[in-house]
Design a protein around this ligand. Structure first.
Ligand code: ASP
Length: 311
């Protein structure tokens, strides 16, 4: 039997109720994985400490990337069991930073802990393991609920139902039903990121990327102030509609100064499926100020791409 690496980073799937609320627990996941030993030969790595994924930092990502990079040759693929809050960010990070090793990496988690009577933990684990052992997709994938998603095209859309994640710009890669996994388009499964790189890159954990969300009112002034005063390396501006911003000379002035110091400011729509273009006069000043259009990309993938390019 081929061997796999299973990494548990933390997250609801293995959580137990404590005095302050749900918190990760080592034994819950170890016990659940025992039930899969007849299906898959694996080594288990428990991150220390286990975290609620909302607490993830660049250092956690660095450690995860390096862990997989160091031992990937011993394994056919990797299962990352992760909290749902930032799972889509981690999937994008692993896609960019491990693109040179062309490995099958599957991320999953659960909305309800394994000990909960209605937990989705076991079914998500089973489906993730099926994808690992029965398909030969060399990519970073998310298995959650009834969907198989591309790591760079997924976002958390629900905090209650079993379908916590959805594809954003493309359709899911596959759908699970009682008959098993139905792949939607075989051709997309062999795609790799455009710029496949030969040399590995290490994530620079000192990078500071700011993300700002525009709302009507005071926010443009606050964003302008932050752009001018915070020592960031890049910024993402979540704008309206196709990439539009309010009438705000202060913000335009700040963006001009920001980009003139050689820093990149990406303009990305805050709309869920926000297809970007510059058809509106309202946003022309933004591009004249040096902002770049992010294109059709999730926030998670855009952040990962910036971290990758700046590292
Ligand atoms: N707060 C949890 C986490 O991200 C949520 C979950 O796993 O569903 O770790």
């Amino acid at each position: 039997m081929a061997r796999f690496l299973v990494i548990y980073t933390g997250g609801t799937i293995g959580m137990k109720m404590g005095e302050q609320g749900l918190a990760p627990d080592r034994d819950t996941v170890i016990h659940a994985l025992d039930g899969f030993k007849s299906q898959m030969d694996f080594d288990l790595h428990l991150c220390d400490p286990l975290i609620d994924s909302s607490a993830i930092t660049l250092q956690h990502w660095f450690d995860l990337i390096e862990l997989i990079r160091e031992c990937h040759q011993q394994y056919m693929g990797v299962l990352v069991i992760h909290g749902t809050d930032t799972l889509a960010y981690t999937a994008s990070i692993l896609t960019f930073f491990l693109q040179d090793i062309a490995k099958k990496i599957v991320l999953t988690g659960a909305q309800y802990p394994l000990g909960h009577p209605n937990s989705d933990g076991l079914i998500n684990l089973q489906r993730a393991i099926d994808v690992l052992i029965k398909t030969d997709i060399q990519d970073v994938l998310i298995v959650f609920g009834d969907k198989l998603l591309k790591g760079t095209d997924a976002t958390k859309v629900d905090t209650v139902s079993y379908g916590a994640f959805d594809a954003v710009f493309e359709s899911p890669l596959g759908i699970f039903s009682e008959e098993g996994l139905l792949l939607t388009d075989q051709n997309r499964l062999i795609q790799k990121p455009d710029d496949i790189l030969a040399q590995p890159k290490k994530l620079n954990v000192q990078l500071k990327i700011a993300t700002y969300i525009l709302t009507p009112g005071i926010n443009s002034t606050l964003i302008a102030h932050s752009l001018l005063n915070e020592p960031t390396h890049a910024a993402i501006l979540l704008s309206f509609g196709n990439g539009n911003i309010p009438q705000s000379p202060v913000l335009i002035q700040a963006i001009t100064q920001y980009t003139q110091t050689g820093r990149v400011l990406m303009n990305k729509s805050q709309v869920f499926k926000g297809v970007m273009n510059d058809v509106y006069a309202q946003s022309s000043a933004l591009y004249q100020a040096g902002a770049k259009m992010a294109g059709n990309v999730t926030l998670e993938a855009l952040m990962a791409k910036l971290l990758f390019e700046l590292s």
